[in-house]
Design a protein around this ligand. Structure first.
Ligand code: NAD
Ligand code: MG
Length: 362
């Protein structure tokens, strides 16, 4: 469906949304010195095309304005509110309920065509890190499909508007990834409506803090495993046959796979498994030329945390125990996903990239 009015955005029962927004023009590959983003099968033989070649063949680089240095400690304030009223939202949380509102890079992320023409599926793409990744990918020239829970529709609509404003296509597919049949349907519908699948970001997660193992019900354990592990397995299994050489998978792990908190037993177990899954799958898929990597965030300011992800009493100082003294904002981690998804990272696979404010991790 070609739309010319953002008010017409609707979930993908209504089908895909074609891009109409203004403000984004994919940089020509000559500008970035990179092979064409659509050239997944382009000849990369040294000296013939791609990034190899002699200095004399290097394309001229455009003049860039100097970037001012910034103090990363003060790039964002630590969120502050009275400890007597820790903000607790009903699961799965909404961006609109957060104060301060997370920064997804809306006013800061500038694309340069690094993912031009790519087609990306992002689970949990409605909010937090997934929102920031969707925005950055779109500004880099990718068409986007996001999955989320139906109750998160308002967040998803906001992401859709931003993807459209970047001039890219957006497909919205709400649904619960704890179901194998839904995961299969999600992947096939995403590939059909986007016209292919080049990047899969397994990012959705369930995180509910509990003091001890005795407080974790079988139901919670099952939900955490289904959302964080089974869905990643089902979605990846459905996606791999549809992915071509040059495609990639990026899984969201966590610092907790390395620095294990006592209060997140079931969640931590899934994040450790995601790291192992990523490294093992990377070995399998190398022969197909498909890269598999993971990102391990430290404390990030997203709806996951104040909706049961952290014990209520920890929210007022969330992230302040890192050496950086504050939590990260989603727009500070999306560049890692862009890097991992882009052609520049062609030798990077089976790796885990941390972004933890020096709070440990890979
Ligand atoms: P978020 O709440 O914004 O995103 C999580 C998303 O998971 C939700 O938006 C929801 O759409 C999705 N989800 C949950 N259950 C689902 C289900 N059954 N079906 C479909 N979708 C479902 O929070 P976030 O922090 O951006 O989380 C993104 C990823 O980052 C997660 O994998 C999380 O574990 C990881 N992570 C976050 C932090 C942090 O501090 N925020 C730290 C380490 C890792
Ligand atoms: Mg959400």
């Amino acid at each position: 469906m070609l739309i010319d009015d953002e008010s017409k955005i609707a979930p993908s029962q209504a089908g895909e949304l074609d891009c109409v927004g203004a403000g984004f023009a994919a940089a020509p590959s000559s500008l970035t010195g990179m092979p064409s983003a659509t050239g997944a099968t382009a000849d990369r033989t040294p000296g013939t095309s791609g990034r190899s070649g002699t200095l004399a063949e290097s394309p001229a680089q455009p003049e860039q304005p100097a970037q001012a240095l910034q103090d990363p400690r003060k790039a964002y304030a630590a969120p502050s509110y009275p400890p007597s009223s820790p903000q607790q939202n009903p699961w799965p949380g909404l961006t609109s309920l957060m104060d301060p509102r997370p920064d997804h890079g809306e006013t800061s992320y500038v694309g340069s065509g690094r993912l031009a023409g790519r087609k990306a599926l992002i689970t949990g793409g409605d909010s937090g890190i997934g929102h920031a990744v969707a925005l950055a990918f779109a500004r880099e020239g990718a068409d986007i499909c996001i999955n989320y829970l139906p109750v998160e529709e308002s967040d998803a609509q906001e992401v859709a508007k931003q993807v459209l404003a970047a001039g890219r296509k957006v497909v919205l597919i709400p649904g619960d990834i704890r179901s194998e049949s839904f995961c299969e349907q999600l992947v096939s519908q995403a590939a059909r409506e986007l016209g292919g699948l080049d990047i899969v970001v397994n990012n959705a997660a369930k995180q509910q803090a509990q003091k001890t193992i005795l407080d974790i019900t079988t139901e919670q354990f099952d939900q955490t495993m289904k959302t964080n592990l089974y869905a990643m397995f089902w979605i990846t299994k459905a996606a791999v046959p549809l992915m071509e050489t040059g495609a990639c998978i990026i899984n969201t792990a966590s610092v907790v796979a390395y620095e294990t908190p006592a209060s997140l037993l079931d969640y931590t177990a899934t994040k450790g498994a995601i790291v192992a899954f990523t490294k093992s799958l990377a070995k399998q898929l190398a022969e197909k030329g498909i890269r598999v990597n993971a990102v391990a965030p430290g404390p990030y300011w997203t709806p996951l945390q104040p909706s049961g992800g952290q014990p209520a009493e920890k929210m007022p100082t969330f992230g302040q125990d890192t050496p950086m003294g504050r939590p990260g904002q989603p727009g500070e981690i999306s560049p890692i996903y862009v890097l991992l998804a882009s052609n520049e990272s062609s030798y990077t696979t089976g790796a885990v990239f941390g972004s933890t404010g020096a709070g440990g991790g890979p």
